[in-house]
Design a binder for this molecule. Structure first.
Ligand code: G3P
Ligand code: MG
Length: 248
């Protein structure tokens, strides 16, 4: 069975480089981080890109909606300057570029599928699945996660062997019946809402637990002690360093 690592770089190593860019993956790799999480969204023309928001302003120098741009716009969009001038002109990566890069680095991946109003579930699933088949050249695992559990159900139909993860802001009372249908590897939960009872219940059903997004080492140590398998962190390099020192 695939075991998730104790730390996953959230949107790459997003404390040191602009989130969801190739620069954030280079940073993760150079700091010894073995797994990253990134967000999949589709542009208006269906191009699969790594980007978190529906709008451009937070993570680029530009205004507008992701749905209103197309592949050719990736040539001029700057997704790095907002973070630091050191990353000026860093592009929004395509999913194809990102999968190739991560394969080269032999890193594990959690690909989060963002639900978008203008895109059908079938399109999102087809897009992710076909890209992974074509561009993932590594023996490392890929875990597909989503807050939209209908997307995960569609993915399960498309790929009975896929490693899936149900994302929750608040764990819902029906989580067990949904999990029974999706057959996930793990549940990915917002950690302030997790209780010891829910952690115990999830683990007792054989699912791993990942919690987002923890950037404080003392909190991280408590979360690991409470039975959480994996933490998403923007500061994954600090957690990795702590774990490496502890193992020595
Ligand atoms: O996958 C964990 C976490 O990334 C979920 O929330 O908004 O950061 O994509 P968000
Ligand atoms: Mg995410």
């Amino acid at each position: 069975m695939v075991r998730l690592p104790p730390v996953i770089g959230h949107r790459g190593l997003s404390a040191l480089a602009p989130e969801n860019t190739c620069a954030a993956i280079h940073a993760a790799y150079s700091h010894g981080i073995s797994w990253v999480e990134i967000d999949l969204s589709l542009l208006g023309d269906g191009t699969a890109v790594i980007f978190h928001d529906d709008t451009l302003e937070r993570c680029t120098q530009h205004q507008g909606h992701l749905v209103d741009i197309n592949r050719e716009d990736l040539a001029w969009l700057d997704a790095g300057s907002w973070f630091s001038h050191e990353f000026a002109a860093e592009p929004i990566p395509t999913l194809a570029e990102m999968l190739s890069l991560l394969s080269t680095y032999h890193m594990g991946l959690n690909l989060e599928l963002k639900a978008q109003p203008h895109v059908s579930h079938a399109t999102i699933v087809r897009c992710a699945y076909s890209h992974i088949k074509k561009y993932w050249k590594s023996s490392q695992p890929i875990v597909i996660s989503s807050f939209d559990h209908d997307i995960l159900l569609a993915y399960r139909k498309a790929d009975p062997d896929a490693l899936l993860a149900m994302l929750y802001e608040d764990l819902q009372p029906d989580w067990q019946s949904v999990a029974h249908r999706i057959q996930p590897l793990s549940l990915h939960c917002h950690y302030p809402e997790l209780t010891q009872d829910s952690i115990t219940a999830i683990k007792s059903k054989g699912y791993q637990i990942a919690a987002y997004t923890c950037n404080n080492l003392n909190e991280a140590i408590q979360l690991w002690q409470s039975g959480i398998d994996t933490l998403f962190s923007d500061q994954a390099h600090l957690f990795t360093q702590y774990l490496n020192n502890k193992a020595e």
